[in-house]
Design a binder for this molecule. Structure first.
Ligand code: NOJ
Ligand code: CA
Length: 712
């Protein structure tokens, strides 16, 4: 890793100390400017500008401690340090091969002007695409152990921005997005109308979740989130709908506290990403850059992959996770009475393994394999699963041997039903079981109310729990995909085996509820995915007719499901449908077979939150490119210049597009596949249906393609 760190004396020019009680510090990086000041009462505040336009108006900073003392005023600046960093690092896997980390850091040393003389530093990192800042509490005589009661950080908005928001729920991110001026936020309506299985706790109707995406009337795109959340609690935002000021709203633990600190320590980073181009928000690597480098030294066992799974058949009611209908009615021999619909049976698993092996898919996930699913949910029960005892029809040894013989990796499923205490007790046993039977990755789940009782999915206890699971998984060389955790904050840089999270409303809501709005997938990359990859479970081909509930269907076209492999980035990518449905459309399934899951490069070709996204990605260590283009409920033409292809040479593009008469509601499964020669001068122009999309694979031309026509 090349690292250039320069302590810049010349940067001191940016610092102007105006008066003892009114001290200001400025930092500039390209179009971004940060102003910091202490007012006459010693209150710290900051402003952010983009190309001289205000992005964040004067906003106060501080922390409130549980002993009733505040860390928000009566400060003086005792010093500050400037550094410039310009380094490039390589993620273990990712959207790009090289990540540039280029920022100007200012550490501002503050001291409270009272008898205790307590110290706090505020660290700003000013990047070309925004600002990150955190509070740091140095080692000091006046402060050692302390409890955070509240964070007073403000983000004062410059107007009533168009906002893409979900409620500030302590337990769930599984919501549809509302697009409204920020002054119209009322989270209670959404929380009350939710009827699905996620636990929902929304005490403040004006609280909204981050990553928060906004667009100003004069065309600035602003994204607020946090980075490197591990020894703290997650931050939501309380909206003052009159003053348009956002304030940090920290998710409490069971006794109402937010964090337990021991100096020296620091909070997570608060992040503000800004640009006049929506595409730049998706390109930003600021959140990853604010996280610590990998703590895992040997990462050779971490391998992105695609997988299929015994999963959708349960989501649609075709089979069940549970082996028996009831746990308390036993047969003559004292055994569970099989209901005849159990999905995770050896024969069925072998079918999925065969399908995976035949199609070059690396992994097979099996849910409902272990005893406990008869009453797993809704009882706030502590010891539901032991994570090692299979149902009688799931022969783990035979399955492992079969998978190994076919070159397929089994993916473990550890649903905790929210009982994190039980999982913590069982974790070593569970991971040893995975090692023994050759499972190299695990999907965890936290459906239900959390145990320890009173804790929340997004609270400090659980934040630490998810990290413990990632660390434990790393110790056993197991890759992790967590469902229902706190939303990610870039920790995948530090724990690259923590490949994906759900932490949002996945494609599964199209299967067991009234679904996701057709604009959902055009918003998620700007919100939930800003913190890290999502296991969205794309690739559903049977769009309509899988359910008896009138009107229930997937809210996309089939071609859009293919495009999601590119627009919803994840290094663990599921082909979510059942083999039968893929076998009916093998020409379309070819894209899922081909598409990569790890990338050298990514180009955001065009993007507008809530409307459309087109992304091209270059496969890691290969010359192939894959493109995904999606739209919301309105049809549109995606214009895709292929100028990112090398100047030399011809390529073959396979275009998987909506058929001319496709429509997400009326005719979603109509698609067309066409093959052309293309080069770097080609401009594709592809019609996306209402709620539609297109996927394109591009490979260097081979002998057999020489007769193809050029795209016109
Ligand atoms: C919810 C998860 O999101 C889903 O993927 C899983 O199948 C169920 N929980 C059962 O664990
Ligand atoms: Ca879920």
């Amino acid at each position: 890793m090349k690292k250039i760190v320069i302590s810049l004396i010349s940067l001191l020019l940016f610092i102007s100390v105006k008066a003892q009680n009114n001290q200001e510090i400025h930092a500039v990086m390209n179009k971004i400017r940060l102003d910091f000041m202490l007012d006459a009462n010693g209150r710290p505040s900051y402003n952010v500008f983009f190309a001289e336009k205000p992005v964040i108006n004067k906003s106060y900073l501080g922390i409130m401690l549980a002993d009733d003392s505040s860390f928000d005023k009566n400060f003086e600046i005792t010093g500050s340090e400037n550094t410039m960093v310009d380094e490039t690092w390589q993620p273990v896997w990712g959207e790009v091969k090289n990540i540039r980390n280029h920022y100007h850091q200012i550490v501002i040393h503050l001291k409270q002007k009272d008898a205790k003389s307590r110290l706090m530093n505020i660290i700003f990192r000013v990047f070309e695409d925004g600002v990150g800042f955190r509070y740091e509490f140095p080692k000091q005589p006046g402060l050692k152990y302390f409890t955070v009661a509240d964070e007073l950080t403000e983000f004062s908005l410059t107007g009533d921005h168009k906002t893409f928001w979900i409620p500030g729920d302590y337990d769930s991110n599984e919501y549809q997005y509302t697009v409204s001026p920020i002054s119209m936020v009322d989270a209670s309506v959404l929380a009350k109308s939710a009827t699905d299985i996620a636990v929902r706790v929304v005490p403040d109707k004006y609280a909204i979740q981050t990553p928060l995406m906004m667009k100003t009337a004069d065309g600035l795109y602003i994204n607020i989130h946090e980075a490197a959340l591990s020894n703290y609690t997650s931050m939501q935002l309380h909206v003052d709908t009159k003053t348009l000021k956002l304030t940090a709203n920290l998710v409490p633990d069971a006794v109402g506290n937010k964090a337990y600190m021991e100096a020296p320590c620091s909070t997570p980073w608060r992040t503000i990403i800004v640009s006049d181009k929506a595409a730049d928000i998706l390109t930003s690597k600021m959140i990853l850059n604010l996280n610590e480098p990998s703590k895992i030294e040997n990462t050779s066992w971490i391998k992105p992959m695609k997988f299929v799974g015994i999963w959708l058949e349960m989501q649609t009611g075709k089979s069940t996770w549970n082996y028996a209908d009831r746990a308390d009615t036993l047969g003559v021999d004292g055994q569970l009475i099989p209901n005849g619909k159990h999905g995770a049976n050896t024969a069925n698993v072998k079918r999925y393994i065969d399908f995976a092996a035949k199609n070059g898919i690396n992994g097979v996930l099996v849910e409902g394999w272990n005893v406990g699913w008869e009453d797993w949910f809704g009882n706030w029960k502590e010891n539901v699963f032991d994570f090692v005892t299979p149902y009688p029809d799931f022969n783990v040894k035979e399955i492992t041997e079969y998978a190994t013989s076919k070159g397929v990796k089994m993916i473990m499923h550890n649903e905790t039903s929210g009982s994190a205490t039980n999982y913590e007790r069982q974790m070593d046993t569970a991971f040893r079981f995975m090692n023994k039977y050759g499972y190299t990755s695990v999907k965890t789940g936290y459906v239900g109310k959390i145990i320890p009782r009173g804790e929340h999915h997004d609270g400090p206890w659980m934040v630490a729990h998810y990290v413990r699971v990632a660390q434990k998984a790393a110790q056993y060389h197991v890759m992790l995909d967590a469902h229902e955790p706190v939303r990610p904050t870039g920790l995948q840089r530090t724990y690259p085996n923590w490949m994906a999270c759900e932490a949002g409303r996945g494609n599964e809501y199209n299967l067991f509820t009234s679904g996701n709005n057709p604009n959902h997938e055009t918003i998620m990359p700007f919100t939930r995915l800003m913190g890290g990859p999502m296991d969205y479970t794309p690739g559903i081909f049977h769009i309509k007719g899988y359910s008896n509930v009138p009107g229930r269907q997937v809210h996309t076209t089939l071609a859009k499901q293919l495009a999601l492999y590119i627009t919803m980035y994840s290094p663990l990518q599921m082909a979510a449908d059942i083999p039968d449905n893929y076998e009916k459309h093998m020409d379309a399934f070819q894209f899922i077979k081909d598409v990569a899951v790890d990338w050298d490069d990514t180009k955001i070709i065009e993007a507008e939150p809530g409307e459309y996204i087109t992304i091209a990605r270059k496969e890691k260590n290969a010359a192939n490119w894959y493109i995904g283009a999606i739209t919301n409920e309105s049809s549109r033409n995606a214009a895709i210049p292929l100028n990112f292809l090398g100047d030399e040479g011809k390529y073959v593009a396979i275009i998987y597009a909506d058929a001319a008469n496709a429509d997400w509601k009326e005719n979603p499964e109509a698609y067309q596949v066409a093959k052309y020669l293309v080069n770097s001068k080609t401009k594709l122009n592809i019609k996306l249906a209402n709620g539609g999309g297109a996927a394109i694979s591009i490979k260097p031309v081979s002998e057999e393609d020489k007769g193809l026509k050029f795209y016109k």
